[in-house]
Design a protein. Structure first.
Length: 290
């Protein structure tokens, strides 16, 4: 595992400061008075959305796998792959939203696998899931308290796919909380990862140009124009920085869509935008995973 750098220390520190300063913020930034995860989710709950109800395009096999042991506790992920797979397939690390690795994320894992990939949905909450915003923010806080543990978790998940399952290429994907950690996965494996998909990850504005300069993989960013927690200006600034660094990155900003508009669970779902983002996601994976 690579040594944690200044950004990752800031990632954890800023997160904890946010929790202490306001009950309606999980990703607090000084340039935005309303940069709040809990704010946009305050009346939310993890109901299953239409995007997770779609069956995989081909039959898939699923199983729970123990891919890492942290502090003596074995962590189980949800692993899925096409039923007819006869050789190692490209891999995807799927990182859950703030509710945790629940049935809705498992449904998305199956759907991704149905596109021809082996997919490991990691568990950054060590077996816990949330049914209320307050429970979710508590679990988020535990991860913020131990970023080294989360990094070790993701590193072992990557190794599981590449070493044990012989995946020839690997991309990461995550939603909301998981979107930030998808970008963190790119920073952990700046040259090894073959693609990173970031669905409205709240920490995008905190990454330095020096860190972005290390990234060698293509990046797809999915954002909502009405997301009060991630201003469009922040997304555009990141796109500009990546363009200046001559990085391969594309950021899609969907009109009439707010935060978590494509999450597999929650009440912020916007069907048209979510379906368009899914097509972008599948096209991106097909182009960048061999």
């Amino acid at each position: 595992m690579q040594k944690i750098n200044q950004h990752k220390l800031f990632f954890a520190t800023a997160f904890l400061v946010a929790l202490l300063l306001t009950v309606c913020s999980s990703w607090f930034r000084a340039d935005s008075a309303v940069a709040t995860m809990l704010g946009v989710h305050h009346n939310d709950y993890p109901r299953l959305n239409a995007i997770a109800l779609v069956e995989p395009t081909v039959p898939v096999v699923t199983e729970s796998v123990k891919y890492v042991t942290i502090d003596g506790q074995a962590i189980e992920g949800y692993y899925a792959y096409p039923e007819n797979a006869s050789e190692p397939l490209p891999g995807i690390l799927a990182i859950h939203e703030w509710w945790g690795l629940n049935e809705n994320i498992e449904a998305m894992t199956r759907r991704l696998a149905g596109e021809g990939y082996q997919v490991l949905a990691v568990d950054l909450y060590n077996g816990q899931t949330a049914e209320t915003p307050q429970a979710a923010i508590n679990l988020v806080g535990k991860v913020a308290n131990n970023p080294f543990g989360a990094e070790a978790n993701i590193t072992k998940a990557y190794n599981y796919l590449t070493k044990e399952k012989q995946a020839p290429s690997v991309a990461s994907i995550g939603w909301c909380f998981g979107g930030s950690w998808s970008l963190e996965t790119a920073l952990l494996f700046p040259q090894e990862l073959d693609g990173a998909i970031v669905y409205y990850g709240g920490q995008i504005g905190e990454v330095t140009s020096e860190e972005l300069a290390t990234l060698e993989m293509p990046i797809l960013g999915i954002f909502g124009a009405e997301d009060t927690s991630i201003p469009v200006e922040t997304v555009e600034n990141l796109q500009s920085t990546l363009d200046e660094l001559d990085k391969e990155a594309e950021f899609q900003i969907y009109d009439d869509a707010g935060h978590a508009f494509a999450n597999p669970s929650g009440q912020n779902y916007v069907a048209e935008a979510a379906e368009a983002a899914w097509k972008e996601t599948i096209d991106f994976l097909a182009e960048n995973l061999s």
